[in-house]
Design a binder for this molecule. Sequence first.
Ligand SMILES: NC(=O)c1ccc[n+]([C@@H]2O[C@H](COP(=O)([O-])OP(=O)(O)OC[C@H]3O[C@@H](n4cnc5c(N)ncnc54)[C@H](O)[C@@H]3O)[C@@H](O)[C@H]2O)c1
Length: 359
Amino acid sequence: MTAIQIQYGHTMPNQSRPIVCIGAGGIMKDAHLPAYRKAGFEVAGITDLNLQKADTLATTFDIPNVYESTEQAVTEAPTHSVFDIAVPASALTELLPAFPQGAGLLIQKPMGEDIAQAKEIKAICKEREFTAAINFQMRFAPPVIAARNIIDDGHIGELHDIEIRVTVYTPWHLWDFLEKCARVEILYHSIHYIDLIRSFFGDPQGVYAKTVKHPKMMNMADVRSNIIMDYGEVKRANITANHAHEYGLEHQESYLKFEGTQGAIKIRLGVLMDYPEGMADAFEYCILREGKTPEWVSVNIDGTWFPDAFIGTMASLMRKLEDPSNELPTAIDDAYKTMACVEAAYHSSVYGSTPVLYT
Ligand SMILES: NC(=O)c1ccc[n+]([C@@H]2O[C@H](COP(=O)([O-])OP(=O)(O)OC[C@H]3O[C@@H](n4cnc5c(N)ncnc54)[C@H](O)[C@@H]3O)[C@@H](O)[C@H]2O)c1
């Protein structure tokens, strides 16, 4: 079979801007800063409530300034800086008013802990005229960009089925703030998949979901979810996430699958498997040919979800600041709709199933 051309590079700004980081936790260390280093973005400074953590990351990533507070970061940020915020969602409504009118902000997901906070965050961003995006970076993972290009080029025909399945063992204790959260799995993890599906299929008319605890993780609100996004009679969008599969690697899985009328794409995202070691990604596609047995083609994609996708969200914000006519895919208004789907999923989980009539 002749291989098809696949593009998956990020669209970069003409001129990058200095980045000022708020929060020096795990995700800043493991994804934001490695991504910015890879992209050649300048990081001008960093702060955290725990200054020791800010100091450590400044040393590791050669960041010239450690600010003692967000207020100091705002005052001393170089002109045209963008602020990169990676703090727990519960801190956002209090933190956001600290940024100057008209600032450019990239805010870690989730957009608050529920729809009420998301509403408040949206209102603050509007009132302060921020150019702001939520870091739903999965849309910018190189294999996802590749899949979107294959789909947009029409190679797999009409896309009608998206399935996301994760069977892994997630060491939730690494994020100690999650134990106190009333919502965990969908709000902090499957939210990426909900956002991703929205980016392909648009806004669903409804969401069916059930999210549950695990007998060995009763301190966590929810760790396993089934989510169906309702797009009517023809399209299927399905998320299954089980983070409690403690039986070795043999049957761990983590994939996105796209099926169209003329072909399909399957992406294995290795980062969640054997966590935190991770496994290799895999990218395969299959295009139906008249009279031929379906054949899957493997493609080597350079770059993965963590950290490469984090280049994409930051680049898109810089591009929007450069030229307001540029698209900002995960802008606040769009991200709010993902939060609305998350809210619907939790509502469905509590009130959802149809009682079975056994008589
Ligand atoms: N987009 C993704 O894929 C992804 C992945 C992991 C985590 N996250 C999100 O990133 C956020 C942080 O996660 P993490 O894993 O880095 O957590 P973490 O607990 O390792 O780090 C959070 C840091 O924020 C600091 N902090 C809290 N409030 C602050 C404030 N008001 N000002 C300055 N610093 C403050 C804490 O001191 C801590 O160092 C969470 O909301 C999480 O959901 C996103």
